[in-house]
Design a protein around this ligand. Structure first.
Ligand code: TRP
Length: 452
């Protein structure tokens, strides 16, 4: 039975929807260039350590708070906080997720433009052409803006249908599609002559490259990739049933997320190495380096190149969509429950706010260079503010709140499903959330602020 708030209808729905939130541009765009810049396999090992040691307890913490309260992010924290100040974490999550959705939709919109351009065969030419194509497009005042708005509206259309008929149904269709497209591109990329060098780069760790920075970057990337710190997982968990195994689900979702990130590496590095391109080119990797790589790599078989390029940008757009849906739902649930309006109205408020943020971010990328905050373009500022400050702060406070202030019995009941599951994980979880996670997050946070 679906209650009035809605809930996920099946175990598979829970896993696919939450993994859909986790798997996004973070995996397919950010993870490969971070790996490229931080030395390949050694970074991946540190990353996996961060995900399973620190990310996993963080996920379970949000799940506990969300399922216990069965309410939107703000109310979930407020319910447990009583009169204390901790309720603020929920509001912070709603605010952070709106900013993320604003700039994320800009990059997602670029993916739509590239999907369209690949379909009509527009990105054909030498390296300078491809580079100019990106600069001209991203500094155009209208086209990127239109794609950004289109992306947010598509997200809106899914969210407005509700948890089961919108979010869960979309995830069940989009996630398998994403996986199939990913496998197609991985196979094509790995079968290129010279591809093995890329595979080696991914799987042969060079530990001399591991320094403090690698650790910081891996943790930040891990948290972003798992959608931690904005009460996103808390909002989704409020739709979980009492039978959902919180620790088991978190483990499955983190594994899927890591698998997809590594597959994304297996899609990008072999192709890049096959044509002798350096993989450490940073954020422009997928919009400048890769179109070139595809053209050169499949130069003798243009049809394959055409199909691969379409598959690649389609898969980016799908991955982005399942993530934007989860960000949108945080605000939608907040507005409709707190303002006592319909879900539809709540979704429209969220869409309007995010479109406005998206417009500023998009214009700041080239068309209106004067749109700056603290010396950065609005887009980079939003990225920096959320990834470096608000996300770590959100997860830090969540860990402290859950570890030290929420009654232990509530935590134990949620982790063991009221005593029906073994509670081996409980003691370890509590130890990580009380001590290890806050200390590690605090170190990274202070480093990012330049204090240490
Ligand atoms: N995890 C997604 C990605 O890897 C992005 C994302 C979705 C996110 N929801 C979030 C990031 C909430 C932070 C907070 O692309």
């Amino acid at each position: 039975m679906e209650n009035s708030r809605g809930n996920f209808g099946s175990k598979l729905g829970v896993i696919l929807a939450t993994a859909g939130s986790a798997v996004g541009l973070g995996n397919i765009w950010r993870f490969p260039y971070m790996t490229g810049q931080n030395g390949g396999a050694a970074f991946i090992l540190v990353y996996i350590g961060c995900i399973f040691l620190l990310g996993l307890p963080g996920m379970v913490a949000e799940f506990v708070i969300g399922r216990h309260s069965a309410a939107n992010a703000a109310r979930a924290y407020k319910n447990l906080a009583g009169r204390g100040p901790w309720g603020v974490i929920g509001y912070m999550g709603v605010f952070t997720s709106m900013i993320i959705l604003g700039f994320y939709a800009v990059v997602a919109g670029w993916c739509l433009q590239y999907l369209f351009a690949s379909l009509v065969g527009q990105i054909h030419g030498d390296a300078t052409f491809v580079k100019n194509y990106f600069t001209t497009f991203s500094s155009d005042p209208f086209r990127p803006l239109i794609w950004t708005v289109v992306f947010i509206l598509v997200t809106h259309a899914v969210v407005v249908k509700g948890v089961r008929k919108g979010i869960e149904k979309a995830s069940k269709i989009l996630m398998p599609m994403l996986f199939i497209l990913l496998l197609i591109v991985v196979v094509a990329s790995c079968s290129l002559p010279g591809a093995m060098k890329g595979v080696e780069f991914l799987f042969h760790p060079d530990f001399s490259k591991v320094n403090q920075k690698v650790f910081y970057e891996a943790l930040g990337q891990g948290f972003f990739s798992l959608s931690l710190g904005t009460a996103c997982l808390c909002t989704y968990a409020s739709y979980f049933s009492r039978q959902t195994n919180l620790v088991g689900s978190a483990l499955q979702i983190a594994s899927i997320d890591t698998l997809i990130a590594i597959l994304a590496g297996l899609m990008i590095f072999p192709a890049a190495f096959a044509v002798g391109v350096n993989p450490d080119s940073g954020p422009s990797l997928i919009f400048i380096t890769l179109p070139n790589v595809f053209q050169q790599a499949f130069g003798s078989a243009p049809l394959i190149g055409y199909v691969i390029s379409i598959a690649f940008y389609a898969l980016l757009a799908l991955a982005a969509l399942t993530s934007t849906i989860s960000m949108h739902e945080i605000g939608t649930a907040f507005f409709y429950e707190e303002l006592h309006i319909s879900r539809k109205k709540g979704a429209w408020i969220e869409t309007t706010v995010c479109v406005i943020i998206g417009i500023f971010c998009s214009l700041s990328c080239g068309a209106v260079p004067a749109l700056k905050l603290f010396g950065m373009s609005v887009m980079n500022f939003c990225d920096m503010l959320t990834a470096n400050i608000l996300l770590p702060l959100g997860s830090f406070l969540t860990c402290i709140f859950l570890g030290w202030f929420i009654p232990k019995q509530i935590v134990k009941d949620e982790i063991t499903n009221w005593g029906t599951l073994r509670h081996t994980a409980y003691g370890l979880f509590l130890f990580m959330v009380r001590f290890v996670c806050p200390v590690c997050i605090a170190i990274v946070f202070l480093h990012q602020l330049g204090v240490i």
